[in-house]
Design a protein. Structure first.
Length: 162
């Protein structure tokens, strides 16, 4: 049995900013409004549920909240992005520009890029950790996460939980 959460309707959203290597509009610091759809497949429990949606939403919201209103930084090679961590700031050299951003405004994710593909993999891995480690999600066989970055663009990933 499949159950789905539609991010736009369920409030599974977050807004964050990023700078990606390159030229043109995306080379400037700019925002994205993201929303997350999650599909789970599992077995019925004795209460005729495969998952308690309140709990599933809580897990997804926790992941979303880490991104909220932050500036995202990924592990781009030093040839395209040079980061120096100072006392209170990140000094970021990218696209021949220098940004000095307070640490509190940055969310540095372990990811080779901020492309929608890598962002979806990051989100999927975070979600898999939670779903695998909590007994309440034991009946689930796999999930699919769809991460939208607006402009009709999204990444989709299926991950097995067994
Ligand atoms: Zn962008």
């Amino acid at each position: 049995m499949i159950v789905e959460l539609i991010g736009k309707e369920a409030g599974l959203t977050f807004e964050c900013m990023h700078i990606v290597p390159g030229r043109g509009d995306c080379s400037r610091i700019h925002p994205h409004f993201h929303y997350v759809d999650v599909l789970v497949d599992g077995e019925f429990d004795e209460k005729r549920r495969i998952v308690h949606l309140y709990n599933l939403k809580a897990v997804i919201m926790r992941i979303c909240s880490a991104f909220e209103d932050k500036i995202l930084i990924a592990d781009y090679p030093e040839s395209v992005q040079k980061i120096t961590i100072e006392d209170m700031h990140y000094k970021i050299e990218i696209n021949n520009k220098l940004y000095l951003i307070p640490k509190s405004d940055i969310f540095k994710i372990k990811s080779p890029s901020l492309n929608i593909e890598d962002l979806t993999v990051y989100f999927g891995n975070e979600l898999a950790l939670d779903l695998q480690n909590k007994e309440m999600f034991n009946s689930l066989k796999y999930f699919e996460v769809t991460l939208s970055e607006g402009h009709g663009q999204r990444g989709k990933l299926r991950m097995d939980l067994k």
